[in-house]
Design a protein around this ligand. Structure first.
Ligand SMILES: Nc1nc2c(ncn2[C@@H]2O[C@H](COP(=O)(O)OP(=O)(O)O)[C@@H](O)[C@H]2O)c(=O)[nH]1
Ligand SMILES: [Mg+2]
Length: 478
């Protein structure tokens, strides 16, 4: 994790923290979540971490914090017995180094040696326990070893299940042996919770405080930049899709050819929309540094952008849409026919507001805008060739559907921690319809933006885009 930022401490420190504990308690998961690294190996089956691995957290070009992933304790009872002996014989002064000197080649303590090496070299430690299970004898031995190392130590309660029966016992044990104890769920931790854990790390040792504060400040600046990045990606996508136009000419007298070409236009339009929307979702995914997790399946695979089912679930309801469209219709100065872009309703002319009203009923269906429209190639042309085209998208509902899908995607990307590997569970998530809950003022800002894209000057688009960007940044951060 490299965070570019301004507030750098004057001197170069490197805080080293070893993440230690029992196998499969979630040590690697805590690091993956904290450092936003989804390339760290995590497995439900056999313990994946056999060697120590370091993960740097940098501010600017300077590494300020090194998190060291370690294998789990293998023989805590025997190792603890050794520690007790040294305590009696020579005291606890760098007891970890004594253990390493005594058992430098001992194959029994291979894992313990790897855990204790960074501690003997001065690292602090985070002890990770799954507090949804009862305390075992081995846990008590591990806790005792870590207490005897005398290193600054933070215990992290990473409860993997919702079982809380053993929680009090765990807190009692850990509170008496660790400088600080914090709950932290590696699968569900929010950004604020991640920062809280880092803050706790800073409290362990006075000399760490400044650097940890710099790291937190850098994370916060970076987090804000992500909201801006996502908002820009969403706005670019809306503009591209609203202005998208796909057209083909055909012989107007040949009904079969017309149908075939209309189908081609519709297919090409869908494909281009899907491609453009996917670019937006991938930009969101990248902003949140996901390489493994792809939030797009929920929005893209279950249903397409222009599927009726999508439009049934997402976007505004017909009353909200009618109201928004009355405004849009009037602003665009559209007649009913124009607003509906040729969808014949048997209404010849009307006011923009009437167009909005009528559209409200039809705009709920993506196919109403997908209908291919024909017009003569050229009035001068004698041949009866006609153009079949789709777009630009006058139907405002497409903007709200795009917004719901992009915000849903951002919500998943933001909350999916880098430790999670249960990616298949994402498929059962329902896409969320957030725009229905927006205030009238916010929905109007979208209508105005839509009108500006279709009709406005670049200045007007810029101005209305800025207003919508502010709204999106607020929503993305909430
Ligand atoms: N449900 C849940 N599972 C977790 C959590 N943290 C870790 N796990 C799972 O526990 C298993 C072991 O995790 P890992 O980080 O590899 O443990 P380590 O051996 O201590 O490094 C993996 O299947 C993880 O997905 C958590 O907060 N919630
Ligand atoms: Mg591990």
């Amino acid at each position: 994790m490299n965070l570019s930022i301004c507030v750098l401490p004057m001197h170069e420190h490197l805080i080293k923290v070893a993440v230690v504990g029992h196998p499969s308690e979630g040590k690697s998961s805590v690091i993956a979540t904290l450092a936003e690294r989804d390339d760290i190996r995590i497995s439900a089956r056999s313990p994946e971490t056999r060697e120590c691995h370091s993960y740097d957290i940098q501010v600017g070009n300077q590494t300020l914090l090194e998190l060291i992933d370690t294998p789990g304790f293998q023989r805590p009872r025997e190792a603890c017995a050794e520690f007790k002996l040294y305590e009696e014989r020579i005291g606890t002064d760098n007891i970890a180094a004594t253990f390493l000197a005594e058992h430098g080649q001992d194959p029994r303590f291979d894992a313990e040696r790897k855990i204790l090496t960074p501690l003997a070299e001065g690292a602090g430690l985070i002890y990770v326990v799954d507090a949804s299970r009862p305390i075992s004898k081995d846990d008590r031995h591990e806790v005792e070893i870590l207490r005897l190392t005398g290193r600054p130590r933070l215990a992290v309660i990473n409860a993997k299940a919702d079982e809380s029966t053993h929680m009090d016992a765990w807190y009692a044990l850990l509170n008496s042996t660790f400088n600080l104890v914090r709950p932290f769920n590696a699968h569900r931790a929010s950004f604020a919770e991640r920062m809280d854990l880092l803050r706790a790390l800073g409290q362990l040792e006075k000399s760490w405080q400044t650097d940890i504060d710099a790291i937190i400040a850098a994370f916060q600046v970076d987090w804000q930049a992500r909201m801006d990045e996502c908002a820009e990606a969403i706005l670019d996508c809306i503009e591209a899709i609203v202005l998208l136009r796909v057209a083909k000419t055909c012989n107007a007298d040949d009904r079969r050819e017309k149908e075939r070409v209309a189908q081609q236009v519709a297919d090409s339009y869908r494909e281009k929309c899907a491609k453009r929307e996917r670019e937006c979702h991938q930009a969101i995914r990248r902003a949140f540094k996901h390489q493994l997790f792809d939030p797009a399946p929920v929005t893209e695979l279950q249903h397409g952008l222009l599927d009726e089912e999508t439009w049934r679930l997402l976007g505004l309801n017909s009353r909200q849409l009618r109201r928004a469209l009355m405004m849009t219709g009037a602003a665009l100065g559209l007649t009913a026919d124009v607003a509906l872009a040729g969808v014949s309703l048997g209404v010849g002319t009307g006011t923009g507001a009437a167009a909005g009203y009528l559209m409200g009923r039809y705009a709920m269906q993506p196919l109403s805008m997908l209908r291919a429209h024909t017009r003569k190639d050229s009035w001068l042309s004698r041949s009866m060739r006609r153009e079949i085209y789709l777009g630009p998208a006058r139907n405002l509902q497409i903007v709200f559907v795009l917004l719901d899908r992009a915000l849903g995607c951002a919500h998943l990307a933001r909350n999916w921690t880098h430790a999670r590997r249960d990616h298949e569970s994402i498929m059962v998530t329902r896409p969320t319809a957030a725009t229905k809950e927006w205030s009238q003022v916010d929905r109007d800002a979208i209508s105005r933006y839509h009108v500006a894209i279709l009709k406005g000057s670049s200045e007007q688009v810029y101005e209305r885009r800025t207003a919508v960007r502010e709204l999106l940044v607020k929503l993305l951060a909430s």
